[in-house]
Design a protein around this ligand. Structure first.
Ligand code: FAD
Length: 509
């Protein structure tokens, strides 16, 4: 058979999120393997999609486009260049460069995030709390906990008990739904390694002596502002554009098709079974390579062949945290923005706010007007996203939409952020498996990866695909590495697993 008539090899990709779409795009760029994606939802973009609700756009949690990888930054900018009237890019396909301001809302007051030592913090906390914080910090520095077992121990050893209770305990427990004492200390080591009281104090001292003698609210805020890229219409715009380019090149994206079965033959995938989510019809799909970004727990349970019992057991024990976001359209906000930044409609200048208050369940608040003014249909209105962390099937998850909306409005009124009369409209969006948890059976995750690595033509990529806290960039890099392995016939999967093992990556900030 000559090269012309030889049938192209096929890569079957599970999921059309950032990892799956990157894999398909890269296969087109670098090989003649044909990518075919099966996606169970009727959307592309996965957790990184943007929902368009009557012309107002909302993310599943605001998504910053920020990476230390030049490859990823260049890739994003190739898809959507930076907005610049002078470079001839007059289309609506562009990235904005955004300035971030995010704060913590606690005791009905705003604190800088990350928490910094300044007059505002001291004033908000009050003398008694400050003394308690200082005392408990000194105490733990003199008598540190020798055996740091839990995340609680991790926090207390670094910040002292009072500071831990004030700023870390409640928010972390809102996110994960379990007490910090039940979360492993390693989680802290991975996520918040760079943050410490000594760094915060030295940063504050530097600010006092070398930057500005009078600690000035305006300057403090400037020091916390970071830049990041953000597509004009939210992250979903970039992923829709990638999906369109894949289709234009001849790739296939089959939506509403869920992978429900995997058949192995010896150490390879023979075929998979996909189920049409609209008709219930099932079909067998053959391929040469299989790239999976679907949750690894679901993948393992889809395998029809007998597999080692401990692999099934560890897989069944993997835990996820799920997510509900409520979009609220408002005439205005009630709370004063508490900065010198001038805004309309009492719009707070933050991109997002951590809600540390104990008397409400809301965890974070996104202000989409500040992510991109194009996210909001009418610039005179305020478009916010309220974020709730929950478990699929629990009380929050199961609340009917209308009740949830009322509950979310009630909470926002309770913390004096909005007034009920100013609410114009709202939407409730549920997203399962947003956070792969580093507890449950995660400690034995090697049992799963050692097994899946032996399946020659299977490549696990992405966030839930690898059960790893990967952001978009790392999810993409795992997909890019899998494609390199396919092209170069590299047998090991270790290079995929080694993406995002540089622990301090995001959290050093
Ligand atoms: C609140 C929040 C905020 C975030 N903020 C940022 C940020 O600021 N910057 C950043 O870079 N990252 C951020 N992330 C992370 C980012 O969302 C993920 O890294 C990224 O979406 C992971 O891409 P993925 O393709 O691996 O997985 P996903 O996005 O989860 O996509 C997987 C796809 O597989 C599909 N699927 C699942 N099971 C099946 C099946 N059985 N059959 C077929 N299809 C299936 C799903 O429907 C989905 O479309 C955030 C995440 C959350 C939850």
């Amino acid at each position: 058979m000559n090269k012309q008539t030889k049938e192209k090899k096929k890569a079957i990709i599970f999921g059309a999120g950032p990892a799956g779409l990157t894999a398909a795009y890269e296969l087109f760029q670098k090989s003649d393997v044909k990518p075919i994606i099966y996606e169970m939802s009727d959307d592309t973009g996965g957790i990184s999609k943007t929902v368009n609700y009557k012309g107002n756009r909302i993310d599943i949690g605001g998504h910053r486009f920020f990476s230390k990888s030049k490859i990823v930054m260049d890739w994003w900018l190739k898809i959507l260049p930076i907005q610049n009237e002078n470079n001839g890019n007059t289309s609506s396909k562009f990235m904005l460069i955004r300035q971030r301001l995010s704060r913590i809302f606690y005791l009905r007051k705003f604190f800088n995030y990350p928490i910094s030592l300044n007059l505002n913090t001291l004033k908000n906390l009050g003398v008694i709390r400050i003394i308690k914080i200082g005392y408990s910090y000194l105490l733990i520095k003199i008598f540190p906990l020798k055996n740091e077992k839990s995340l609680e121990d991790f926090f207390i050893n670094r910040f002292g008990k009072e500071l831990y209770i004030t700023f870390f305990k409640d928010y972390t427990e809102k996110v994960w739904g379990i007490p910090c004492e039940n979360i492993k200390a390693e989680w802290g080591a991975q996520r918040i390694k760079g943050l410490s009281v000594s760094k915060t104090i030295s940063h504050a001292i530097k600010n006092i002596f070398f930057k500005n003698r009078s600690i000035d609210q305006k300057n403090t805020e400037t020091s916390l502002i970071e830049q990041y890229l953000y597509p004009k219409f939210g992250p979903g715009q970039l992923w829709e554009e990638v999906a369109n380019q894949i289709l234009e090149k001849g790739g296939e994206i089959h939506k509403n098709q869920k992978i429900v079965g995997v058949n192995l033959i010896e150490n390879k995938i023979k075929n998979i079974i996909v189920e049409n989510q609209l008709s219930g019809e099932k079909q067998e799909i053959n391929g040469d390579y299989f790239i999976s970004s679907m949750p690894v727990k679901d993948l393992v349970s889809s395998i029809k062949n007998p597999i080692p019992e401990d692999v099934r057991k560890v897989s069944n024990g993997l835990i996820y945290r799920d997510f509900i976001t409520v979009g609220l359209l408002l005439k205005k906000m009630k709370i004063k923005n508490n900065t010198k930044i001038q805004t309309k409609n009492n719009l707070i200048p933050d991109t997002w706010i951590y809600i540390q208050e104990r008397d409400v369940k809301i965890g974070r608040l996104q202000v989409f007007n500040n992510w991109s003014p194009f996210m909001v249909k009418n610039p005179e209105q305020v478009w916010i996203g309220l974020e709730y962390f929950c478990n699929e099937g629990d009380e929050l998850w199961s609340k009917p939409d209308k009740d949830f909306l009322n509950f979310a409005i009630y909470e926002m009124c309770k913390i004096d952020m909005i007034e009920k009369k100013d609410v114009l409209d709202g939407i409730v969006i549920r997203m399962p498996k947003t956070y792969p948890a580093y507890f449950g059976s995660y400690d034995n995750f090697d049992t799963i990866s050692n097994f899946t690595d032996t399946i020659e033509n299977l490549f696990l990529v992405g966030r839930n695909g690898m059960h790893r806290y990967n952001n978009m960039d790392h999810s993409m890099l795992t997909a890019m590495t899998a494609v390199e392995n396919i092209i170069n016939n590299i047998k090991t999967k270790n290079n995929i697993w080694s993406v995002n093992t540089e622990k301090e990556y995001h959290e050093s900030k």
